[in-house]
Write a protein of this length. Structure first.
Length: 99
């Protein structure tokens, strides 16, 4: 019910940040992307895994598996930061920048 009201208000050009359900969902999505696609965190985990491997804290096969997964995540994170996920394009092709 609230989403329909929000869509109707947006069609009229009325946006109420804080009370707008779509605005809240946009903010949650923005926060999730920032946490999920943080290249620095992934690089730190790669360094940590390498250090554990060099100190013989983890087995070579576990290191290879973990390192491959972290490198895959880093590749995705770098792609996500290049794509500028803060820009939304509507059907007409007019971009809107998030705050």
């Amino acid at each position: 019910m609230f989403i329909i009201d929000d869509l109707f208000l947006r069609m009229l050009g009325i946006e109420l940040p804080g009370l707008d359900m779509i605005w809240v969902m946009d903010q949650l999505q923005k926060y999730a992307y920032a946490k999920l696609y943080d290249p620095e965190k992934i690089k730190n985990r790669i360094k940590e895994t390498r250090m554990l491997y060099e100190l013989n804290e983890i087995a070579p096969d576990e290191y290879e598996r973990t390192n491959a997964e972290l490198l895959r995540q880093l590749k995705l994170a770098l792609r996500a930061t290049e794509m500028n996920l803060n820009v939304r394009t509507d059907i007409l092709g007019i971009g809107e920048e998030y705050e």
